[in-house]
Design a protein around this ligand. Sequence first.
Ligand code: GUN
Ligand code: ZN
Length: 428
Amino acid sequence: MRQLIRGRTLSFYADPAETQAAFAYHQDGAVVVQDGKIVAMGDYAALREPGLAEIDHRPNLILPGFIDPHIHFPQVQVIASWGAQLLDWLNTYTFPEEARFGDQGHAPLMAEKFLDLLLSHGTTTAVAFCSVHPQSAEALFSAAEARGMAMIAGKVMMDRNAPESVLDTPQQGYDDSKALIAKWHRRGRQRYAITPRFAITSTPEQLQMAGQLVREHPDCHIQTHLSENRDEIAYTLELYPQARDYLDIYETYGLLSDKLLLGHSIHLEPREIARMAETGARAVFCPTSNLFLGSGLFDAAGLRAAGVVSGIASDVGGGTSYSMLQTLAEGYKVLQLRNQKLHPLAAFHWATRGNALALGMADRIGTLDPGSDADLVVLDSRATPAMALRMDRAETLAEELFVLQILGDDRAIAQTYVAGKPMLGQAA
Ligand code: GUN
Ligand code: ZN
């Protein structure tokens, strides 16, 4: 099936933070989609074909679908839990909630809700932590496959410092992860992320097993948490007294590479930053979560200057919004507090091609380049009365993007396409 999707198209081919000529914008643009892939992108006048089916989204913007590189699927009913910082928040709210994913039928139900929420917020790919129960990953992959979505996910490996109901063992965590990799990794658009939750909830024996999985499956992503909160770091270093620093623990067990996604990466030592740059390990900035849990202020400019690649993510349910627009808004404010600037062009690059680069997947997702999967978001910058009023005074594309970044949320998502199929409303 071939069709043309018309609107104001915007796609990045470089980082606007680093170069002037970084994006392609077509005022009357179009994307031609065939069999789930983008086959052409450019001016409508050049792309129209007699007899070709057209969908007209003018005056809305068409961008690559948003990518959320750090989110917790079993925390859909944890989001907005009051009053705690990281370790108390995990013990009080998060671990008890994740235990419910061991109950028959719960994970499949929540997987549908989770994907509905991602799509209604314009997110077409996520990198998700599941619960310790393999059926939670099974449920998420099955639901994502049914919708044609590219999901990267893994069951968390955790064998200590949490209630029994959310613990595995080194061997069980290895076996369950291995079986999920065999079934799901690169099945259609699904990919597996080996997922030791963080050093506090894994014994050295378990991290050893995680390292073995990484050696056996070098093509899988790896996701965990690093240096989010000062109490977390102190406790981690008590548990691993030989470690030079927090990152050294993950390095000792062979987890460091450009496949490793390190959620938060806030309170880093110079040595850790240098090792991340050398090994290609990614930092993932989670601004709504970092503010909500009072964790700290991510140093985007410092990491970039050191040569570390960063993604930007929601971290629901520590994060407070599924919206990558709201994530970019809070990212802007966090960086203001560090006297750094997040330009709207750089922000929209980050949530699309930038996150795809962090995942090593920019040849498939994150741009409107021909050959990419046709995952798109259609943005209405006049979605609310406040946005429309502000837009009356906006003169440039950058100003319009900033209105979306600061005032936008799911109301600004006019449509989301996954592999060329509209996923919202009547059309779904
Ligand atoms: N560190 C370990 N687990 C978690 C989690 O679920 N959320 C956040 N924000 N940090 C973590
Ligand atoms: Zn997290």
